[in-house]
Ligand binder design. Structure first.
Ligand code: ASP
Length: 342
């Protein structure tokens, strides 16, 4: 069994600078010296270090494309892939890769840690070694147990595009609010097979790495002013907006909000309604206060996360620079388990 370990950085790889006291990425050799077990087991682990290693706050779409390319270029040589990544933006990166790697039939497991690998109480080793086991796991037919882009952290495996970083303190940094865990690691790793994707094994992997960053998040709050809404919606080049609404997709009933949203939609900007609640779904029309959004041409994001919606928009707009109707249709269609329509 062979697993390729992509090493992008993150706390897992960091050491403390004696002068500033701040954590920064160390090099691969330092990291390797802390985990000799990695190369002593039955699974052959090869490393692919990124240069430079980064704090994931610095991740960008070029980094996503590079990660996707490394998986794509090495796809036949390995049973699975583990991506070591900072936790801060891991949900964005895992979501982006789930869209870029089309027809994935092998595991791509993101993991990281809340404490650096060299610290005594670190969660790094456990996360890394279990992620590698999951990336190499096969079912009775010899197929990959979890042929998806996932995040493993603490003791749970989640579909990557369903996750949100919810905790900056505890080892269980992530949560998948609207989709069950795909596996739990205790004494044994228990897989929840009914929730794991079943890809068509005959289909080939396709790499789709174009993105368009002309997107924005507009978060509503009581007291939001017309000039703020107007300035976001009139950003030059803007193509897509994640509109973060209340509850089941509700918004204040002011005429100016409706007018600005409608004007933006008429100018070809795609606006998707995403609830600010972690759990549950947008249901425009349930309350009278959401009817103007429907009338303005805002479309539903259902129960998708902001991380998945933003990266899906960037990906769809990058791949389809001119066909807005197609992008809107795809935004409302689950492409790799990122949303459930109700
Ligand atoms: N700032 C770090 C990063 O995202 C945090 C972490 O890895 O947990 O790279």
């Amino acid at each position: 069994m062979k697993v390729l370990l992509l090493f992008t950085g993150g706390t897992i790889s960091m050491v403390r600078d004696p002068k500033s006291g701040a954590l920064h990425p160390a090099d691969m050799q330092v990291f390797q010296s802390f985990v000799p077990e990695l190369f002593a087991g039955e699974i052959q682990v090869d490393m692919f270090p990124f240069d430079p290693l980064i704090d994931s706050s610095n991740v960008n779409p070029e980094n996503w494309a590079k990660m996707a390319h490394v998986v794509y270029d090495n796809y036949e040589k390995y049973d699975g892939f583990v991506i070591l990544h900072g936790t801060d933006t891991m949900s964005y990166s895992a979501s982006a890769l789930s869209f870029m790697l089309h027809n994935l039939t092998k595991p791509v497991v993101f993991t990281g840690s809340q404490l650096p690998v060299g610290v005594l109480r670190s969660d790094a080793k456990e996360n890394l070694l279990t992620a590698i086991e999951i990336a190499a796991a096969k079912d009775d037919m010899g197929n990959a147990m979890v042929p998806e882009v996932t995040i493993f952290m603490d003791d749970e495996l989640y579909r990557g595009n369903r996750t949100t970083k919810r905790n900056a303190e505890h080892f269980s940094a992530f949560k998948s609010y609207n989709y069950p865990a795909l596996a739990r690691a205790g004494v044994r790793i228990t897989y929840n097979k009914q929730f794991i994707a079943q890809p068509n094994l005959q289909e080939e992997l396709h790499l789709r790495d174009k993105t368009d960053c002309n997107v924005a998040v507009l978060k509503l709050f009581p007291g939001i002013t017309e000039s703020i809404v107007k300035s976001i919606l009139s950003t030059p080049g803007l193509r897509g907006v994640v509109l973060e609404t209340y509850g089941a997709g509700n918004a204040p009933s002011c005429d100016w909000l409706y007018q600005h949203l409608r004007d933006a939609v008429e100018r070809g900007i795609i606006i998707v309604n995403k609830t600010q609640c972690n759990t549950g779904s947008v249901d425009m029309g349930q309350y009278a206060v959401s009817l103007p959004l429907l009338k303005a041409g805002v479309i539903s994001g259902y129960d998708i996360t902001t991380e998945a919606l933003l990266t899906k928009m960037m990906y769809l707009l990058g791949e389809n620079p001119t066909d807005n109707e197609l992008v809107k249709r795809m935004l409302q269609t689950p492409l790799c388990g990122e949303l459930t329509k109700r």
